[in-house]
Design a protein around this ligand. Structure first.
Ligand code: M6R
Length: 615
């Protein structure tokens, strides 16, 4: 959840780290800090609030050749300067930034009790900082270089929990150490400078040569060199990879917010995700990285999808799509529940994780649990080289481009599109006919254009948003594949506008939520043509009969009782396989414009962080 940037090189530590923190702020934004080591010792500046507060405090004071920095999403302790990172050991020797949770920090503090170390914060991180200082002091006899490294290693072996850390030591001005277990950390290799960061996005403008650290690995960096070993001192061969995305993709350009940019990028992000992924005869999808043969996939009797948040909603759509087009039974689990539930699974179950960031700890842990039990694992993921992508046997990259807005938008529609293509592929391996395959591919190819047409209604949706921004409650209702879209519509609205919103299968409303309906609680209905369309209309009338305002998002081919509906948003007529994507667009726009009306910070909603790397 927190962001880390560390730098060792030629006198631009502060500048590079500040730039990196700005690019990382979406990972956590309640406080931030920078520590630079120079001849006067560790110079630490920390501020609560956004990175711009830190920038003001630093002023021109950005020199130094070695530093660590952090943007925080609080886990232990309030949002205060004392709890902000970097933490400095009470003997002033060690500075450390940390992402993750140290579960046994109280026993660390107890161990340090009476040994001369004091604590200024309520954080778990400060306990580790002092523990490193303690081991560093104990290893006095060794030569300085390995003494620092050994002290870090020794301390990390005592950690129960998760960490991505960057550490510096006053006695070692030419050394920077990083390590990870459960929280991402990468190394950026530059010319006469090296970096560490929790996210490629933070340093891709400095270097495109990246090494992804694995769990229990420690990197020891100087400005010219680096070496990786495990926490128990086994040497590790580094694999250098090149980041292949254009860093301009992570810039705002002419847009006011990343959420707006990412909503409007969808015709392009969807096109990128399907590029080169249809067979020559245009009757099925082809995926390069599944690493499972058609025979393996044919023998899957069941698929279990694992994810959190918006990605979990994408899994629910995948369930409808795969059951409908491939006739394989699908279950969808919250990753955080699956890992502790010990659900009995058939031996031919295939596990698929969906994650935009590829770093969500609950999803990663669930995948590890599935692997421990011997299941085959795949992922659908938007971050090349992420932990989930690397730990699954195979997978499908979304290629939606970096998603910076904390509220997921383009990643969601791309996850649905990939799921639809997977349903097509699995269907064609089973009973879906060639003709049906051709029809689906044709429909998928129309998607970017139809999404553009839907986006053209943004002005009208902004007008509706103005009218509805004053309400404090809202229901989202849809049937079949529109039910997960209703859930996602509700999540989006509550995330960015703080309006209380809930999603339900439309017919479920009668079983309880109808008690909420009044003139003060609007309902957003998602209606698509097909066999249950009339039933959706009946549900709408039930709301109207109780004076609930109705906003209806419907296909162009749906005949609506217009006089009875307060607002109508139309999406183009399309094949059912792409309906969930088109219907998502108005949900996103509505949330975005309502949040703007309410003066909310849409890109950094309160209490949230982009990638959730704590349990
Ligand atoms: O990176 P992931 O897709 O694994 O993230 C999962 C959720 O944390 C994420 O979708 C979250 O719900 C977003 N804030 C939704 O907008």
């Amino acid at each position: 959840m927190c962001g880390i940037v560390g730098y060792i090189g030629r006198d631009r530590a502060g500048r590079v780290m500040l730039d990196g923190l700005k690019r990382l702020e979406y990972r956590g934004y309640d406080s931030s800090g920078i520590a630079v080591l120079n001849s006067a010792g560790i110079q630490s500046t920390r501020r609560t609030g956004r990175v711009k507060e830190l920038e003001v405090a630093l002023g021109e004071n950005l020199g130094g050749t070695l530093g660590i920095s952090h943007t925080r999403w609080a886990t232990h302790g309030d949002v205060t300067v004392a709890n902000a990172h970097p933490h400095v050991s009470s003997d002033g020797k060690i500075a450390l930034v940390h992402n993750g949770v140290i579960e046994n920090y109280l026993s660390m503090k107890k161990f340090l009790d009476g040994k001369g170390y004091t604590f200024q914060s309520d954080t778990d991180t400060e306990a580790l900082t002092n523990l490193i200082a303690y081991h560093y002091d104990k290893e006095k006899e060794q030569d300085n270089k390995s003494r620092f490294l050994e002290a870090v290693r020794k301390s990390l072996t005592h950690v129960e929990g998760t960490f991505g850390v960057a550490v510096l030591c006053t006695d070692c001005p030419g050394e920077l150490i990083g390590a990870r277990k459960g929280s991402p950390l990468i190394i950026g290799i530059g010319k006469n400078e090296n970096l560490i960061a929790s996210d490629v996005n933070a340093i891709a403008h400095c270097t495109q040569n990246i090494v992804y650290l694995n769990d229990n690995e420690v990197v020891h960096l100087s400005s010219e060199d680096f070496s990786i070993s495990t926490t128990n001192s086994t040497k590790v061969e580094a694999i250098i990879q090149t980041v292949d995305w254009d860093t301009a993709q992570a810039e705002l350009g002419d847009y006011s917010h990343f959420m707006e940019k990412e909503i409007f990028e969808q015709p392009e992000s969807l096109k990128n995700g399907m590029r080169g992924r249809f067979s020559d005869d245009a009757s099925t999808a082809v995926f390069g990285g599944l690493n499972l043969s058609p025979q393996d996939l044919r023998s899957a009797d069941r698929i279990v999808f694992l994810a959190c948040g918006t990605a979990w909603h994408a899994c629910l759509v995948a369930e409808y799509l795969i059951e409908r087009f491939a006739r394989i039974p699908v279950e969808v689990e919250y990753a955080s529940e699956f890992r502790y539930r010990n659900a009995p699974l058939d031996k031919n179950t295939l596990i698929i994780a969906i994650s935009q960031s590829g770093e969500t700890i609950d999803t990663l842990a669930a995948i590890r649990e599935a692997k421990r039990k011997g299941y085959r694992t795949l992922s659908i993921n938007n971050s090349v080289g992420s932990s989930i992508a690397r730990e699954c046997e195979g997978g499908i990259y979304q290629y939606a481009g970096p998603e910076i807005g904390v509220a997921s938008t383009k990643a969601f529609t791309s996850q649905i599109m990939i799921s639809a293509m997977l349903a097509l592929y699995l269907g064609r391996l089973r009973s879906l006919s060639y003709g049906d395959g051709v029809e689906i591919v044709k429909a998928m190819k129309t998607l970017p254009k139809l999404v553009s047409e839907t986006l053209d209604q943004s002005g009208a949706i902004a007008t509706i948003a103005k009218k509805y921004a004053k309400y404090e409650d809202c229901l989202f209702l849809g049937r079949q594949m529109m039910f997960p879209i209703a859930l996602e519509g509700a999540l989006k609205l509550k995330e960015v506008s703080y309006i209380h919103a809930e999603g339900y299968p439309a017919a479920e409303m009668k079983h309880g939520p109808i008690a909420l309906i009044s003139k003060n609680c609007p309902s957003v209905f998602l209606a698509t043509s097909g066999e249950i369309f009339q039933k959706s209309l009946a549900n709408m009338q039930e709301v109207k009969a109780r004076k609930g305002p109705v906003i209806c998002v419907a296909g162009e081919d749906c005949e609506l009782p217009e006089a009875d509906i307060d607002e109508i948003i139309r999406v183009p007529k399309c094949h059912e396989i792409i309906q969930p994507i088109l219907m998502s667009i108005p949900m996103q726009l509505l949330s975005y414009y309502i949040a703007l009306e309410r003066g909310c910070d849409v890109d950094k909603p309160r209490n949230l962080a982009k990638s959730v790397t704590v349990e």
